[in-house]
Design a protein around this ligand. Structure first.
Ligand SMILES: Nc1nc2c(ncn2[C@@H]2O[C@H](COP(=O)(O)OP(=O)(O)O)[C@@H](O)[C@H]2O)c(=O)[nH]1
Ligand SMILES: [Mg+2]
Ligand SMILES: [Zn+2]
Length: 309
């Protein structure tokens, strides 16, 4: 049977079977929250996950640590709410990173500027964000929730992205009308990265919308395509068509149509993310190359053993 994963922790997971959460064990590749999987009962109350269905979309980043691999955080997501507080959390550059991740994973991004009640000049903040869809909300007053709820129709899967303290769980609680997710006060210097939300978990709103609340992602390294970056910085791509040189890097070339037309910090951000994505993609292919060499080597040794040395 085909069921959906609502929580994943390596070899163990939880899945939805007929609206009930059931424990599961995994044979083979580990699934992530939101995955559809082929599974069967092994005993009452325990499911065996045998195979992961191909993913339609994903939220992924470069894994922390040295592996350099892609780490998928959530699968089969329709909308990514990129939550950014209009308090000290506000950071347009971070929003650009999340936008790139969403576009790269084939997920529709919606920027949600939260804690509107805590901001004196919302218009000035909006001015600094470029997004196809942008909502301003306050979980305290309920401002903006009508627009938010209008996007959450039955059958939709949404994920809440944003740094720790952005207000994700508070938004989810208000949508649920209860206290399902733990919320926590913003820690001033959260250097050890303890999060109040500890696991990505898929839960359902009463109308059938699936929502994945994620713990604040501390480090978001961009393992994304140039196309995804182009979607984030679409105005730069558009302007670049008028640059004198086809391979203009928009740094110091004569006849550049981008420099001067785009805010300096935004162009700087574009260059920075482009360099980062290029570097990480390069590292990844290098790692893959070595891995396949090692595999081939092992195969060779094995064959030699079979053939008597
Ligand atoms: N003033 C104000 N504070 C909020 C709002 N939403 C969340 N907060 C506060 O921000 C802090 C972090 O919220 P939380 O939902 O736990 O953030 P998360 O880490 O993104 O899940 C908590 O102290 C909340 O009370 C809001 O709309 N207005
Ligand atoms: Mg939270
Ligand atoms: Zn240029």
């Amino acid at each position: 049977m085909k069921v959906r994963v609502c929580m994943s922790a390596g070899e163990c997971a939880r899945v939805f079977v007929d609206g009930q959460e059931v424990d599961a064990i995994v044979r083979g590749e580990y699934p992530v929250t939101g995955d559809w999987v082929q599974a069967r009962w092994v005993e009452p109350g325990l499911i065996l996950i045998e195979e992961i269905e191909p993913r339609c979309s994903k939220i992924a980043r470069r894994a922390a640590g040295r592996s350099g691999e892609e780490q998928v955080l959530a699968a089969n997501v329709d909308i990514a709410f990129i939550v950014c507080g209009l308090d000290g959390d506000f950071n347009p550059r971070r929003i650009e990173r999340y936008l790139a991740i969403a576009y790269d994973g084939n997920v529709r991004p919606v920027v949600v500027l939260s804690k509107a009640d805590a901001c004196a000049d919302v218009a000035a903040a909006i001015e600094q964000v470029r997004a196809e869809v942008l909502l301003v909300v306050s979980a305290l007053t309920g401002e903006g929730f009508e627009a938010l709820e209008a996007m959450l129709t039955s059958g939709v899967t949404a994920v809440l992205l944003g740094s720790s303290g952005a207000g994700k769980s508070t938004i989810l609680n208000r949508l649920l009308g209860g206290e399902r997710q733990l919320t926590g006060a913003v820690r001033e210097s959260d250097s050890r990265g303890r999060h109040t939300t500890t696991s990505r978990e898929l839960i359902f709103l009463p109308n059938g919308t699936a929502i994945i609340d994620s713990p604040g992602i501390r480090e978001i390294q961009l393992l994304v395509s140039d196309e995804a970056l182009g979607a984030v910085f679409d105005e730069i791509v558009e302007l670049a068509a008028a640059c004198r040189f086809g391979d203009c890097t928009h740094t110091n070339e004569p006849g550049c149509a981008v420099v001067g037309a785009v805010a300096d910090d935004r162009l700087e951000s574009f260059h920075k993310l482009q360099r980062e994505a290029e570097r990480l993609r390069g590292e990844r292919t290098e790692k893959q190359r070595w891995r396949s060499i090692h595999k081939a080597q092992k195969r060779m040794y094995r064959e030699r053993e079979y053939n008597g040395g």
